[in-house]
Design a protein around this ligand. Structure first.
Ligand SMILES: [Zn+2]
Length: 233
C-alpha cells in the first residue's frame, strides 16, 4: 500500500466516524434515550406500603437525596434538567420499591442489588420500575445495606430511569458497581447500533477499496453480529 492509499483510507475512516460519533451525543457515554420523558415534572412514587422485613424508614430520605442529585445536574451527562414530583399513587412515571433479597425474590443473578426496568412506547419512556434490595449475603451472613450504600444504589438506578446507560469510568455514579445485569434492557442494542453501522461501513469501504471483496466483509459482518448477540445474552 502506498502513502496515497493510506491517506485515502484514513480520510474515509475520519469521514465515516465523525458524523457517526455525533449521532451518539456524548462521545462514548452510553444512553438508552437522550430525553426519555416527554413531560415535566417526572412523577415518582416511593412504595412504603409493600416493604420487606428489613426495610428501613431511613431509605425514603435516600431517594429524596438521589432525586435532588439529578435535579442539581447529577454526573453532568444529561442533556436536560429533570424535575421530579413525588406522587401518592403507584401509576407515577417512576415506581420505586424494595425487596428483601434480589436473587431470591426476582431470580436475578448473584451480585445484582437493583435494577431499573423502563417501558417504552414511540421512543419514549412511559413508565419505569426501580427495584432495590435492602441487603445481601456476605458469606453466610445476611447484611443490611446502610443509607450511604442505598443512596448510591438509588442514584444509579435513577440515572437509568433518566435515560443513561453504564459508564466505563469507575468514579462515575453510572459505573455498574451494584448491578452487573447488562442484558436487562434491549435498548442497549439500540445504543450501540450507530457504532455497528459505522464498523460495517468502514469494513465495506476498506474491503471495497483494496479489492478484498465481499467474502471478507461478510466474515467481518458475521463477527460483528456475533458480538452483538453476545451482548444481548
Ligand atoms: Zn446499572
Amino acid at each position: 500500500m502506498n502513502t496515497r492509499q493510506i491517506i485515502i483510507i484514513a480520510l474515509l475512516i475520519i469521514a465515516l466516524v465523525i458524523p457517526g460519533s455525533s449521532l451518539l451525543g456524548e462521545k462514548e457515554y452510553p444512553k438508552f434515550l437522550e430525553e426519555p420523558w416527554d413531560h415535566s415534572p417526572i412523577t415518582v412514587y416511593i412504595d412504603e406500603q409493600n416493604t420487606p422485613p428489613h426495610y428501613s424508614p431511613s431509605y425514603q430520605p435516600t431517594v429524596i437525596r438521589a432525586l435532588q442529585y439529578w435535579e442539581k445536574g447529577g454526573n453532568g451527562k444529561l442533556s436536560y434538567n429533570p424535575v421530579f414530583e413525588l406522587a401518592n399513587t403507584s401509576d407515577a412515571d417512576i415506581y420505586i420499591m424494595w425487596v428483601e433479597n434480589m436473587e431470591e425474590v426476582t431470580g436475578a443473578e448473584e451480585g445484582v442489588a437493583g435494577f431499573c426496568r423502563p417501558m417504552i412506547a414511540n421512543g419514549r419512556y412511559v413508565h419505569a420500575d426501580i427495584v432495590l434490595e435492602v441487603g445481601d449475603y456476605k458469606g453466610y451472613s445476611w447484611q443490611q445495606y446502610g443509607d450511604d450504600n442505598m443512596e448510591q444504589l438509588v442514584t444509579h438506578e435513577l440515572g437509568h430511569a433518566l435515560g443513561l446507560g453504564h459508564s466505563n469510568d469507575i468514579r462515575d455514579i453510572m459505573y455498574p458497581t451494584y448491578e452487573q445485569r447488562e442484558n436487562l434492557n434491549p435498548l442497549l442494542v439500540q445504543t450501540t447500533y450507530p457504532l455497528i453501522v459505522i464498523s460495517i461501513l468502514i469494513a465495506i469501504g476498506i474491503s471495497g477499496y483494496l479489492g478484498v471483496g465481499w467474502l471478507r466483509y461478510h466474515k467481518r459482518r458475521k463477527r460483528l453480529e456475533n458480538e452483538l448477540l453476545k451482548e444481548m445474552k
